[in-house]
Design a protein around this ligand. Structure first.
Ligand code: PGA
Length: 237
């Protein structure tokens, strides 16, 4: 299993019974289940192979079994998380022992006005700022990579008229982020994910690319058959 699949249930799972059923049906190594915060304990109690992630940083996430934390997801940014808040959450996640997954991506308006690179630069630079300060001041030795997800807002399935981003475009954005990190002299290990309308049908175009280390899957992740097919493709890539 070389590629990782983050299953971001968002608010789609409403009850504990549903959460436990879905977790049992999709419990596989290489999958990170990200249930709503209130079901973390119940999901942690039943999974044996999958890892757990929190949909947003929370101080009790690690104690509830999460080992990964999404930060800066479009849902959180639209609910008011600024780059400064995202930066705080990312650094807090690391100090708690969680592997952070920084989500970045431009809106449709930003893309159409040619602002994509500017947005990515700002979200990555500011998002990592507190974490880098923390690394510098503590001499903290990070043993695992952090993740950056390129997830353009216009590709997220709940958005109006959303379409998946082509793998070529996703790779070019990821390459741009990598160039920026080099340019800024950031000596950190980063793995890259793509997110936005990923399905069992289109996942291979991303999974086949060396520059994409995994996927952040939203709506398809609450359909066990869909997620299993995506996981199956990931385990072969
Ligand atoms: P989607 O959601 O796969 O339904 O587009 C992705 C996400 O919001 O993380």
């Amino acid at each position: 299993m070389s590629k990782i699949i983050f299953a971001n249930w968002k608010g789609r799972v409403k009850t504990e019974t549903e959460a436990v059923r879905l977790a049992r049906a999709t419990d596989a190594q290489g999958i990170v289940l990200c249930p709503p915060h209130e079901f973390l304990n119940e999901v942690a109690a039943v999974v044996q192979h999958a890892a757990l992630g929190t949909q947003d940083y929370a101080p009790d996430a690690f104690a509830r079994g999460a080992r990964y934390a999404l930060v800066g997801h479009a849902d959180r940014r639209s609910a008011g998380d600024t780059d400064a808040i995202v930066a705080d959450k990312l650094a807090l996640a690391v100090t708690d022992g969680l592997v952070p997954v920084l989500c970045v991506g431009e809106s449709c308006v930003e893309r159409n006005s040619g602002a994509t690179h500017g947005v990515l630069k700002r979200q990555v630079k500011e998002g990592l700022s507190k974490y880098l300060q923390f690394l510098a001041s503590s001499g903290y030795n990070l043993t695992s990579s952090i993740y950056i997800t390129y997830e353009p807002l216009w590709a997220i399935s709940s958005g109006k008229g959303s379409v998946p981003c082509s793998s070529e475009a996703a790779i070019s954005r990821i390459a741009f982020i990598k160039e920026q990190l080099l340019h800024w002299g950031y000596d950190i290990a980063v793995k890259y994910l793509y997110g936005g309308s990923v399905t069992a049908k289109n996942c291979l175009q991303y999974l086949n690319k060396n520059d994409i280390d995994g996927l952040l899957v939203g709506s398809a992740s609450v359909n066990p058959n869909e997620l299993k097919k995506i996981w199956h493709s990931a385990s072969k890539s």
